[in-house]
Design a protein around this ligand. Structure first.
Ligand code: ZN
Ligand code: ZN
Length: 568
C-alpha cells in the first residue's frame, strides 16, 4: 500500500473510531477512486479536480482536494484531535499506531482509558490482531500518565457544564436515571473530562435527543450506546447502559480506581469476582445489578457514598456496618453566608430571600462584606444601619423564613475586626474571615485567627484555608491547632461551597469538629448549586449532620450564637 493509500485508510479508520459511518464510507469511496485512477500520492491528484471522472462523488473530490492542498497528515492530525480524549492521548503517547488504535476500538468498544485499562489488566490486548505483548506493555505504561495529561477544570465549572447535558437527558423518554460518574460524582476539587451514565432501554432516542442539544456542537464519537462531545473546550462523554446492569457500570465508572481494586479484593476473598462489567458468581456467571446497592449488598457491605470511595478505611467500616450517614441536602435547614447588592452580590436581598424560600429553608443570613474586604464593593458602617431597615421591611414581606442580619467581617492585620463592636452587636450573626494575608506567615495568620475566634461576637470563620480553586493553595497553618482553638472558643468553621473556595476542603473538614456548610452565594440562581458543592465537599470529609450547625433548627442556631456572646 502506498503512503497515500495508507493515509486514506487511516482517515477511514479514525472516522470509524469516532462512530462516523458516513465519513468512514466517504473515505472508502475515496480509496476506490484513487485506486481506479492509479493515483499514488496526494500531489498526483491534481488531474482529478481539473477533469473529474464521470459519475465521481463531489464530496469525495472535495475531501481529496483538501488533502491535495493541505497535505494528508494535516487531515489525519485534525481527525486525531477529534477523538475522545483518552484515545487521542494514547496515540500521542506513541504506544500504538492508528491501526492499532482502530483495532482497540473495534475489538473492545473502548472509548476511554478505563475501558482499555481493564483489557490490559486481563491481558486481552496482546491477543488482538496486529498486537504483541510489547505493545500491550507500552499501553500499560502509557495509561496512568494519560489521565494526568487531561487538562483539569474546577468542580464548580464541571458541574455547570455537566448540567447542560444532564438536565435534558433526564427528560428523554426511557431514561430511568442519569448521573455524572468518575471524579465529578466523587466531588473531587478538580475534574478531568466529564462522563455521564444514563440507564435506558432506548439508547437511540437518547443519542438523537443529545445530538439536537446546542451543547453537542462538536461530536467526537457516536456509537449505539455512547456519545462524546466537546463543549466549552470540555469533553463530555455519555454512556447509555441497559437498566438491568447499569448499577455495575455506575460502580466501575465512579471509581476511584483504588476503591474498585479494594472491592475486587473483598469480592475475591468471598469467592466472587468483580470485573468492569459487574460481579460474577462462583460459577463465573454475571450477576446483573440494576443498582450499586445490589453489588455492595452481595459483598456484605453497606453502600459506600461516592465521595468517600478513595480506597482508605471505608470498606472495612462498611463491612462492620459502621459507616456514618453523611450529611445531605435534605439535612440543610438554612444558609448562613451569602451576599447581596449591599456589597459585591448581584441580587437584592429580596431576590436572595426568594431563592432561599424556594429551597425550603427555615432561615438564612445576609452577610455582606466589611469596608476593608478585598471585594469589589463593601458595606459601610452607615450602610449596616440602612441595611437593617431594609431587612426589617423584607421580613414583613416574608414571614415564612427567618432572615438573619449578618456580616462577613474582615479580620484586620492586627487581629481586630473591621467593624466596631457596637455595630456588630446589633447583628444577628457575625462571620469573620481573612481575605488578606497582609504578607503574614503562618504564625501571624494563626494569631489573627485566634484573636477573632476569641471575640465573643464571632460565631463562624468563613473559608478557613483561604485557598482558591484552581490556582492558590490554602494557608500553611497548624490546622489541628486551629481546630482545637475553634473548639475552645466555641467557634464554628465553615465549609464554603463557592466554586472558587470549597473550603474547608474534604480532608481538613474530616479533622475539624464543628462546621457550617454555606453557599457564600453572590446571586440567587446559584444558591442551590453552591450549597450542593459545599455538601459534596463536606461529604468528602465524612461530615455528618450532627457536625453541622445549619442542619439544626433556628432556635439551636440562635442559642449557639448567644452562648458564645454570653461568655463576654
Ligand atoms: Zn469571603
Ligand atoms: Zn462571602
Amino acid at each position: 500500500m502506498s503512503p497515500f493509500h495508507q493515509t486514506l485508510q487511516q482517515l477511514a479508520s479514525l472516522a470509524t473510531v469516532r462512530g462516523d459511518a458516513a465519513e468512514a464510507a466517504l473515505w472508502a469511496r475515496a480509496i476506490d477512486l484513487v485506486r481506479a485512477h492509479n493515483i499514488e500520492s496526494d500531489a498526483d491528484a491534481g488531474p482529478l479536480f481539473d477533469d473529474p471522472p464521470a459519475g465521481s462523488d463531489p464530496d469525495v473530490l472535495k475531501r481529496l482536494r483538501q488533502m491535495y492542498e493541505a497535505g494528508g497528515w494535516v487531515l489525519v492530525e485534525s481527525a486525531i484531535a477529534d477523538l475522545p480524549i483518552d484515545l487521542r492521548w494514547l496515540f500521542e503517547s506513541g504506544a500504538v499506531t492508528i491501526d492499532q488504535l482502530a483495532e482497540i476500538h473495534r475489538a473492545l468498544a473502548a472509548t476511554s482509558a478505563a475501558d482499555i485499562g481493564d483489557a490490559v489488566r486481563e491481558h486481552r490486548l496482546r491477543a488482538l490482531p496486529g498486537f504483541t505483548a510489547e505493545v500491550e506493555d507500552a499501553v500499560a505504561t502509557a495509561l496512568p500518565a494519560l489521565r494526568s495529561l487531561v487538562p483539569r477544570i474546577p468542580l464548580g465549572r464541571a458541574v455547570a457544564v455537566a448540567e447542560t447535558v444532564l438536565e435534558p437527558l433526564r427528560e428523554v423518554p426511557g431514561v430511568a436515571w442519569a448521573v455524572p460518574v468518575g471524579s465529578l460524582r466523587r466531588g473531587q476539587d478538580m475534574i478531568g473530562d466529564i462522563e455521564i451514565l444514563a440507564a435506558t432501554d432506548q439508547p437511540a432516542a437518547a443519542v438523537d435527543a443529545l445530538l439536537s442539544l446546542p451543547a453537542s456542537g462538536h461530536v467526537l464519537h457516536r456509537g449505539e450506546r455512547r456519545l462524546y462531545v466537546l463543549t466549552e473546550r470540555v469533553q463530555i462523554g455519555v454512556r447509555l447502559a441497559a437498566p438491568s446492569n447499569a448499577g455495575s457500570d455506575l460502580l466501575y465508572l465512579t471509581g476511584a480506581r483504588a476503591h474498585f481494586e479494594a472491592l475486587q479484593a473483598h469480592a475475591a476473598a468471598r469467592g466472587l469476582s468483580l470485573k468492569a462489567d459487574g460481579l460474577h458468581g462462583r460459577d463465573g456467571a454475571l450477576i446483573p445489578a440494576a443498582a450499586e446497592a445490589d453489588i455492595y449488598s452481595a459483598l456484605g457491605l453497606q453502600v459506600i457514598p461516592p465521595e468517600i470511595r478513595e480506597g482508605d478505611d471505608a470498606i472495612a467500616m462498611a463491612s462492620r456496618g459502621d459507616l456514618p450517614v453523611l450529611v445531605s441536602s435534605d439535612d440543610i435547614r438554612g444558609d448562613l453566608h451569602m451576599h447581596s447588592v449591599w456589597s459585591d452580590g448581584r441580587d437584592a436581598i429580596e431576590a436572595m430571600v426568594e431563592g432561599c424560600r424556594a429551597l425550603g429553608y427555615q432561615y438564612m443570613a445576609i452577610t455582606d462584606h466589611s469596608p476593608h474586604s478585598a471585594a469589589s464593593r463593601n458595606l459601610t458602617l452607615d450602610g449596616v444601619k440602612k441595611q437593617a431597615d431594609e431587612i426589617a421591611r423584607v421580613r414583613e414581606q416574608y414571614p415564612d423564613i427567618a432572615i438573619l442580619h449578618g456580616c462577613e467581617v474582615d479580620i484586620l492585620p492586627d487581629g481586630r475586626l473591621d467593624f466596631p463592636d457596637k455595630a456588630l452587636e446589633a447583628l444577628d450573626i457575625v462571620l469573620a474571615s481573612l481575605h488578606e494575608r497582609a504578607g503574614h506567615g503562618p504564625d501571624q495568620l494563626m494569631k489573627r485567627y485566634a484573636s477573632a475566634m476569641s471575640h465573643p461576637l464571632v460565631t463562624l470563620i468563613t473559608h478557613p484555608t483561604n485557598r482558591l480553586v484552581p490556582g492558590r493553595g490554602g494557608y500553611d497553618l497548624d490546622y489541628d491547632r486551629l481546630f482545637a482553638l475553634a473548639a475552645e472558643t466555641r467557634t464554628v468553621l465553615e465549609i464554603d461551597g463557592a466554586p472558587s473556595h470549597l473550603d474547608l476542603p474534604g480532608a481538613l473538614a474530616r479533622r475539624a469538629i464543628a462546621a457550617a456548610i454555606d453557599s457564600d452565594c453572590h446571586r440567587s440562581d446559584l444558591l442551590r448549586r453552591q450549597m450542593d458543592l459545599g455538601i459534596a465537599t463536606a461529604r468528602r470529609g465524612w461530615v455528618e449532620p450532627r457536625h453541622v450547625l445549619n442542619t439544626r433548627a433556628l432556635a439551636d442556631v440562635r442559642s449557639t450564637i448567644e452562648a458564645k456572646r454570653a461568655s463576654r
